[in-house]
Structures are given as structure tokens and as C-alpha cells.
Write a protein that binds this ligand. Structure first.
Ligand code: HEM
Length: 133
């Protein structure tokens, strides 16, 4: 059980760090090469959400206290971030040829990365604070 928890938490933190880290970098660079990161980001997001669900099941079942509320806010922001990135990224990939030419499309991709970065900053804060709340 202890081993399962450790492996799950390590996978959760690693995938979360990759997802949030690349999102912050893309938000800062105006979404430069965002299309190359789309699949790895969505993969990391899926692992972070799935392992987060497993951790919740093992550690936070039952009535929500303050830590549970913080985790719930963080999880909600993570799901919103995945939705914003997924929807915008998928539509940009459908128009890959336009992406290099269309300034409007590039700006929309950059904006979606900035929105996701803000949401993931809330997620990381809530996840880190929950343990000692
Ligand atoms: C739906 C999405 C998510 C859910 C349901 C979720 C849930 C959880 C749960 C239940 C824990 C264990 C808390 C404890 O040890 O008591 C946790 C820890 C953690 N999560 Fe998430 N999480 C999600 C997304 C994320 C994302 C996207 C990140 C990073 C960007 C992240 C970063 C962390 C970190 C760093 C910890 C370790 C906190 C600690 O051990 O002190 N999580 N998460």
C-alpha cells in the first residue's frame, strides 16, 4: 500500500511539474512551438488527473475538510486548464498550416496557454498548501 502511494504520488508530481512547467514556458514565449507540445502536455495532464483521482481515493475519501476543499479547488482549476488547452490546441492542430501563417490563430493559442498557466498556478498552490491546511 505504502509503495503504491509513493509510486502514484511520484507519477502525479512528475506529470504535474511537466504539464505546469511547459505551460508556464509557453505562456511566457507567446505559445512558440505550442503545437509540438500539444500531445506531451495532454498526456501529462491525463496522468496528473488520473493519479490525482487515485490519491484522492486513497487519502481523502469521506467528508471534505479544509485540505479537501483546497484540493478540490486545485483539481477544478486543473480540469479547466486541460479543457482550455485541449480545445484550443486541437483546433490549432486541425489548421496546422494556418498556424504558421495566421497571426490571429497564434495569438489565440498563446492566450489559451496564458489562461491555463494562471489556472495551473492556482492548482499548484492549492495542492502544496492542502497538506498542512
Ligand atoms: C484533477 C486533477 C488533480 C487531482 C484530483 C489531484 C489530487 C491530489 C491529491 C489527492 C493529492 C494528495 C494530497 C495529500 O498528500 O494529502 C495531490 C498532491 C499533489 N498534487 Fe495534485 N491533483 C490534481 C492535479 C495536480 C496538478 C495539475 C498538479 C501540478 C501542476 C498537482 C500537484 C500536486 C503536488 C505537487 C502534490 C503533492 C503535495 C504534497 O504531497 O504535499 N496536482 N494531488
Amino acid at each position: 500500500m505504502q509503495m503504491t502511494l509513493i509510486v502514484t504520488l511520484v507519477l502525479h508530481v512528475r506529470s504535474g511539474v511537466f504539464w505546469a512547467g511547459t505551460t508556464f514556458a509557453l505562456a511566457r514565449t507567446g505559445g512558440n512551438e505550442a503545437d509540438r507540445f500539444f500531445r506531451p502536455q495532454m498526456g501529462a495532464a491525463s496522468v496528473a488527473v488520473a493519479t490525482g483521482g487515485v490519491l484522492w481515493f486513497f487519502l481523502h475519501r469521506g467528508p471534505l475538510g479544509t485540505p479537501g476543499h483546497l484540493l478540490a479547488i486545485g483539481a477544478l482549476c486543473a480540469l479547466l486548464a486541460a479543457g482550455v488547452q485541449g480545445a484550443m490546441g486541437a483546433s490549432a492542430r486541425r489548421n496546422l498550416s494556418a498556424l504558421s501563417e495566421s497571426e490571429g490563430l497564434r495569438r489565440r493559442v498563446a492566450r489559451s496557454q496564458r489562461i491555463a498557466a494562471g489556472l495551473l498556478a492556482i492548482t499548484v498552490t492549492c495542492m502544496a498548501a492542502a497538506r498542512y491546511a
